[in-house]
Design a protein around this ligand. Structure first.
Ligand code: ADP
Ligand code: G6P
Length: 483
């Protein structure tokens, strides 16, 4: 059986510098948390960056890190400080990320960053070419590596290449702004199969291919210079059973066994039976609409004084891309808004917003999912948003309400959530009120449907369908050549 190798900028494990060396931690973000569950099933390697600056490593340290990661079937691609600045923080996160999320005002058009992006993509491709043998399959992930499919295909045409974009693909009118739009598309078209979370991203991509390259497109097959390439949508799922089972097991723990967080949450609810918890979880990213969410919560407090002292917003934000200016500004804005709300509506016994700026251990995350009455998920743009699915999977008793942005890919699968426009603060405030007063029967009915749907299309199913579709494209390509 041929192997399947994964290529993504970030490995499922990142290294964190500690006083006495480097510690291996689990990477955060939808791509890493989702793919981590499946990658070992296909007998290949995961090729990616370890998260450290290679300039700071001695050859001995570097070897030790490579060895540690290889034990987890990971092959490292080193990045120097300059490359982190220009490829990762630069072209990936100051050019492609904001453009593809429609934040055109944040886009940086530095040609220097583009040159480094090309060079680093080539390094990833070279590493893949060392690892992959003829007949193997390679699955390239996300916007940091848009050029890699073509770089692999042009050297080893017998390797089957799949590509999955974890973020939105924007409308042609936005994509065309980019000076390097032709090169990026050419890079992506090196893949045999291109996957997107939802049909809208797929059709935006096909529209750009048609307009910029003029290729004939029949349904979702691109006829490109004597080659057939397929595009399709595959909404990414989660490891449903892992959330469901962990949620059940943490709730069964005895009082002594429970985590500190769990005990605190129980104390909170014990103070008064009508206390409620609203949960907000994301990487601290401007696409997630965090300031707008806080302002909507403030509006809710303004409009519904009867909830003062009874409702708390638990806000988890994982530090992310902290060296990029827009992320630093966002951090400041969020700090100030949290301070403002707590200053205005808090008192000695009551803090309206509990704000944690850090990653949480998995069990604590699940405890919060399990014990929160409402999940408030309001991104301005989001490729998918797995947090919404994780909340659904963790609701053992089938209660709980999701207030969800229409701009998240996941909204297409969650008609039972309360769908809102993420910049409409009044609408979100009203949705919060509706969620907090929704009868239990209605909650259970909605959650029941959601659970059934999200459980059915888990991350395993998602990956399996993508890999099957990749095999299918190979067959179509062979038939096309015979003709
Ligand atoms: P993105 O990929 O843009 O970060 P997703 O919602 O798709 O957004 O994925 C985020 C992932 O990161 C989820 O799997 C979630 O559980 C995890 N995560 C988010 N916040 C935290 C946190 N504070 N601690 C630990 N994991 C987190
Ligand atoms: C999103 C992207 C991933 C990325 C993750 C975390 O999920 O789609 O490609 O890995 O965010 O961001 P980071 O920059 O820390 O890798």
């Amino acid at each position: 059986m041929s192997k399947l190798h994964i290529v993504a900028n970030r490995l499922p494990y990142s290294l964190k510098k500690e006083a006495d060396g480097y510690e291996l931690i689990e990477s955060v973000g939808g791509l890493a948390t989702g793919m981590k569950s499946v990658y070992t099933e296909y007998g290949g390697k995961w090729i990616g960056w370890s998260g450290v600056n290679s300039d700071e490593l001695s050859p001995k340290e570097s070897d030790a890190i490579d060895q540690k990661l290889l034990e987890k079937s990971c092959v490292t691609v080193p990045l120097s400080e300059q490359e982190i600045l220009e490829y990762y923080e630069g072209f990936s996160n100051k050019t492609v990320w904001p453009l593809f999320h429609y934040f055109t005002q944040y886009v940086d058009y530095s040609p220097v960053n583009w040159e480094t992006y090309k060079r680093v993509n080539q390094r990833f491709a070279d590493r893949v070419l060392e690892v992959a043998e003829d007949g193997d399959r390679v699955w390239v992930h996300d916007y940091q590596l848009l050029l890699v499919p073509e770089m692999i295909k042009s050297k080893k045409p017998n390797v089957t290449v799949g590509f999955f974009l974890h973020i939105p693909f924007p409308s042609y009118e936005v994509f065309r702004i980019l000076p390097w739009r032709m090169e990026l598309l050419k890079g992506m078209l090196g893949a045999d199969l291109l996957g997107f979370h939802i049909y809208d991203y797929e059709r935006h991509f096909l529209s750009s291919v048609r307009r910029l390259y003029g290729y004939e497109i029949a349904f979702n097959e691109i006829h490109a210079d004597n080659r057939i390439i397929k595009a399709d949508s595959f909404p990414m799922g989660i490891d449903y059973a892992k959330f469901k089972n962990t949620s059940a097991s943490v709730m069964q723990k005895t009082i002594q066994e429970r985590s500190e967080l769990h005990k605190e949450l129980e104390k909170y609810f014990m103070t008064s039976p009508d206390r409620r918890l609203i949960l907000s979880i994301d990487r601290l990213d401007y696409t997630k609409g965090i300031p707008q969410r806080l302002k909507a919560f403030r509006k809710f407090m303004e409009k519904y004084p009867e909830f003062h002292g009874k409702v708390t917003l638990v806000m988890l934000a994982v530090p992310s891309r902290g060296q990029v200016e827009e992320y630093m500004m966002l951090k400041k804005e969020v700090d100030e808004l949290v301070g403002n709300i707590n200053g205005t509506y808090g008192n000695i016994n009551y803090t309206p917003v509990w704000y944690f700026y850090r990653a949480m251990p998995f069990e604590n995350l699940v405890e919060l999912y399990n014990m929160s009455d409402v999940a408030l998920i309001t991104p301005l743009r989001d490729g998918m948003n797995l947090v919404a699915k994780e909340y659904v999977a963790s609701r053992g008793n089938q209660t709980g309400v999701i207030v969800l942005s229409e701009m998240a890919g996941v909204a297409k699968e969650m008609g039972e959530a309360i769908i809102i426009n993420p910049i409409n603060e009044d609408e979100i405030a009203e949705a919060l009120h509706r969620a907090l007063t929704m009868p239990l029967d209605e909650q259970k009915q909605r959650m029941g449907y959601l659970q059934e749907r999200i459980q059915r299309y888990s991350v395993y199913k998602w990956a399996g369908e993508f890999v099957d579709a990749l095999e299918n494209v190979k067959r179509i390509q062979k038939e096309f050549l015979v003709k």
